[in-house]
Design a protein around this ligand. Structure first.
Ligand SMILES: Cc1ncc(COP(=O)(O)O)c(C=O)c1O
Length: 407
């Protein structure tokens, strides 16, 4: 277990962390340790060549570094190296999956099963694909805490469902879904499962072979890496037969004037154009950092922190919590009688950074009966002292104080 002393030491690795401000918006993006920033700078200072093009040794050595990162990421989620495709982030990954798989395999009458707790990036691409092929979207019923049970999932499954697309950890309430069991049921019906891992890969040990998901999408920036890089994981057997939706330099082995085209093997047939090389190298440094710190221990520490956070917040009379059973790094709440955005603006004046609003999940409001929420989200570098300070400030936040900042 990480002790509190060790976390204070770890915090020194992050130039953005300080004792004056409390950063509780980690579900939006995380801060970067020095090693990640250094990896980006090193690329620009010493070898900022393109990859996949140059016939000179230095360009080739950058290509090797990018491939090393692919292997690191594959090991991190227990995939094979050629099942890891670089994208610009979870949003591009989910769009690429929906349009590649959906346009190739879905047809009129098919059903895409998802939930009202999904991020827009995991729902809007399916809306579009459904419209294009004549498929329809259905939703698994959620409980009052926005949670999706295996029982409700089973009740929602039927023979017309061809794609199940769900987040392993949702972004407003941080609900953790039984993805392994959901994948099993999905496959029993002959459908495929797309897993949005934007939140889960950053906070959980993810083993794609054990979960048996067909696709997994995630972003680097929510797990210490730079912005601009993400991943599609997919089973090689699926990638091998899948036609890439995007076209361009890099993915093809040859094409002719009359339009005939042959692709490279996966993962390269899904990677077009110049990738975000510096971000990929930064992603590699982030994974190495997480491995060195022992990711499992970081998760255990974060879990203790979240339990404490929920426990302390539950003691406050002026607060309504929407995920009292949260096991993730997210606490979703409102201060009674105060608009969520006014709360976050006020907290900012107290040196506390959180997010408020719909959090890109605009279908959840009816389920939790709240138009918007304040979302405080921690990462392993946050401390119990920060939670104490946060709870104290929230307990003393009044309508009057939030109004006064505008006058
Ligand atoms: C569950 C979930 N899915 C998808 C996304 C989209 O990620 P990105 O903005 O990195 O593309 C997010 C971002 O907050 C998310 O939380």
């Amino acid at each position: 277990m990480f002790d509190r002393q060790k976390i204070n030491q770890t915090r020194k690795d992050f130039p953005m962390l300080n004792d004056r401000e409390i950063y509780f918006d980690n579900a939006a993006t995380t801060f970067k340790p020095h090693v990640v920033i250094d990896a980006v700078l090193e690329y620009y200072n010493n070898y900022s060549y393109n990859v996949g093009r140059g016939d000179y040794l230095k360009a080739y050595s950058v290509e090797q570094k990018v491939e090393e990162v692919r292997s690191l990421i594959a090991d991190f989620i227990n995939a094979d190296k050629n099942e890891v495709i670089f994208t610009s982030g979870a949003t591009e990954s989910l769009n690429t999956i929906a349009f590649s798989y959906g346009l190739q395999y879905l047809k009129a009458g098919d059903v895409i099963l998802t939930s009202l707790a999904e991020h827009a990036s995991n729902i809007l691409p399916w809306f579009k694909v459904a419209e294009l092929v004549g498929a329809s979207i259905e939703y698994v019923e959620l409980d009052q805490y926005g949670d999706l049970s295996l029982e409700n999932f089973k009740a929602a499954m039927h023979d017309k469902v061809k794609v199940v697309s769900l987040a392993a950890m949702t972004n407003v309430l941080g609900n953790v879904l039984p993805i392994k069991e959901i994948a099993k049921v999905t496959h029993d019906y002959g459908a495929i499962i797309v897993c949005d891992g934007a939140q889960s890969v950053a906070h959980n040990l993810v083993d794609v072979k054990d979960l048996d998901v067909d696709f997994l999408a995630f972003s680097g920036h929510k797990m210490l890496a730079p912005t601009g890089v993400g991943v599609i994981y997919a089973k090689y057997s699926i990638l091998d037969k899948l036609q890439p939706f995007f076209q361009g330099g890099g993915s093809n082995s040859r094409y002719t004037q009359d339009g005939s085209l042959s692709y490279k093997k996966p993962p390269y047939k899904f990677e077009n154009g110049t990738p975000p090389i510096e971000a990929i190298l930064g992603f590699g440094a982030a994974i190495k950092y997480l491995n060195e710190q022992d990711f499992a221990k970081l998760i255990a520490y974060e879990q203790d922190l979240v339990n404490y956070f929920i426990e302390e917040m539950s003691k406050l009379d002026n607060v309504e919590i929407y995920n009292p059973n949260s096991t993730s790094g997210i606490v979703a709440f409102n201060i009674k009688g105060i608009f969520s955005q006014d709360v976050s603006t006020y907290l900012d004046t107290q040196g506390i950074q959180v997010r408020s609003g719909h959090h890109c999940s605009k279908l959840l409001n009816n389920v939790i009966k709240a138009n918007d929420t304040v979302r405080a989200s921690v990462y392993f570098y946050n401390t119990f002292e920060e939670v104490d300070r946060f709870v104290e400030v929230v307990s003393q936040t009044t309508l009057e104080k939030t109004i006064n900042i505008f006058v």
